[in-house]
Design a protein around this ligand. Structure first.
Ligand code: ATP
Ligand code: MG
Length: 393
């Protein structure tokens, strides 16, 4: 039975001088993620490779599941290791490996040995030939194909012999923490958790903010957002979540501003508060789940007007996605089932029947000007009463 995984990573391999920074970030994320599960794990970095050695009460499925959610990993190869002695033992080991991993093997194959331990007396090519012959003799249905083999047996001769031939997929991307941090506007919907996942996939650490409107929105709606943050945290690591009490600001907007502009003005205040906490948390941008034309508040004009409320860059990773494409990702990352639970969102309660679809920033600013004198204190209070806590995977 194997107890080692070879971790393959793509993009971070091409980073020139920064390469070791990214490898360190990946090794760190692997260490942090495995700390949450049963077992003792050692992470070993070695010339462009990372190995995870598993011991104690580790569980295969859980370990592979955890590794498959770590951004930066493109492949997870289960490695069988054998004691290093002589070529005869090695011939027996490779045959045992083939019998165990491919019991009814009938395929073309190639052996590719790498002699890292230079003390071993045979060259890599001699090892390839010896082991290829051993497989042919033990498994009559196997045939050699050095150009396009169905199975490639990779062998590394180290202090022990490492054999692997299978690769399970990782999520790709870059290790979280290798690209700064951003503030995710996280609602209870389908889109924003996916947007957070996509930004985290590029190595960005995520903080999050949720605008809550009690008693119009319930504790269960808030719990749903916490659950979504937890689901995203399975990939992105622990997420600091700010829960802002937004009710009084929404009521003030409702009482003072034209109803067809409610959503857009509300969105602008959300962005301002998000920017406040983003600056406080040291984030370099704000992330939303918007995509062009999805609803009235996401037309090009609306997005421009929402943007104009803040100085910080606003990242919208779903900008060109259709809803069905977003749903596909939501299902893949396990946020969909939570997102579709039917709890009201503050945007759905204070919503006009005919919202503006082409708001002009100057018109909206004129409406917002009517809030002067009351909004400042409400803004301060919302910030002061915000509840902040960390959501762990
Ligand atoms: P989602 O499915 O993410 O809720 P949506 O299609 O419902 O998006 P809107 O309600 O217009 O769209 O929201 C657009 C974006 O604004 C969301 O993706 C999210 O980033 C942010 N947002 C909306 N409501 C809230 C909220 N209550 N708290 C935090 N962010 C919010
Ligand atoms: Mg929403």
């Amino acid at each position: 039975m194997y107890h080692t995984f070879l971790i393959k990573y793509g993009e971070i391999g091409i980073k020139g001088n920064n390469r070791h920074v990214f490898e360190d970030a990946l090794a760190k994320q692997i260490r942090l993620s495995l700390a949450h599960i049963e077992g003792e794990f050692q992470i070993r970095k070695e010339r462009g490779r990372i190995y995870v050695e598993c011991g104690g009460a580790w569980d295969e499925e859980e370990t592979i599941g955890t590794l498959s959610r770590i951004f930066g990993i493109v492949g997870i190869c289960p490695v069988h290791t054998y004691a290093l002695s002589d070529i005869e033992a090695m011939r027996r080991d490779i045959v045992a490996y083939v019998h165990e991993e491919y019991p009814d093997a009938s395929a073309t194959f190639k052996v590719k040995a790498r002699r890292i331990n230079k003390e071993f007396p045979l060259t890599s090519m001699e090892i390839d030939a010896e082991l290829g012959e051993a497989i042919l003799m033990a498994c009559p249905a196997m045939r050699v194909d050095v150009h396009n083999p169905e199975i490639l047996f990779d062998l590394e001769i180290r202090d022990r012999i490492y054999i692997y031939s299978k690769q399970l997929p990782g999520p790709g991307g870059m290790p979280v923490g290798s690209n700064g941090s951003a503030m995710l506007c996280l609602s209870g919907g389908i889109d924003s958790p996916v947007a957070g996942w996509m930004i985290a996939k590029r190595g960005v650490k995520i903080d999050a903010i949720y605008f809550h409107a009690p008693p119009y929105t319930s504790e269960r709606a808030k719990q749903k957002v916490v659950d979504l943050a937890r689901a995203v945290a399975r990939y992105a690591g622990p997420i600091r979540l700010h829960v802002v009490n937004f009710t009084d600001i929404q009521l003030a907007i409702y009482d003072t501003c034209p109803h067809e502009e409610l959503t857009i003005i509300m969105r602008r205040y959300m962005m301002r508060i998000a920017e406040h906490f983003a600056e406080k948390d040291g984030d370099l941008g704000i992330v939303t789940g918007e995509s062009i034309g999805q609803v009235a508040s996401q037309t090009m004009q609306s997005l421009m007007t929402t943007n104009a409320a803040v100085h910080m860059p606003v990242y919208r990773p779903l900008i060109g996605f259709d809803k069905s494409e977003i749903v596909d990702i939501a299902k893949k990352i396990d946020t969909y089932e939570t997102s579709i639970l039917p709890f009201e969102d503050c945007c759905t309660i204070f919503v006009a029947r005919h919202p503006v679809t082409k708001p002009l920033p100057e018109v909206i600013e004129r409406s917002e000007a009517k809030l002067k004198g009351t909004i400042e204190e409400l803004f301060e209070t919302a910030i002061r009463t915000t509840e902040t806590f960390t959501v762990k995977p």
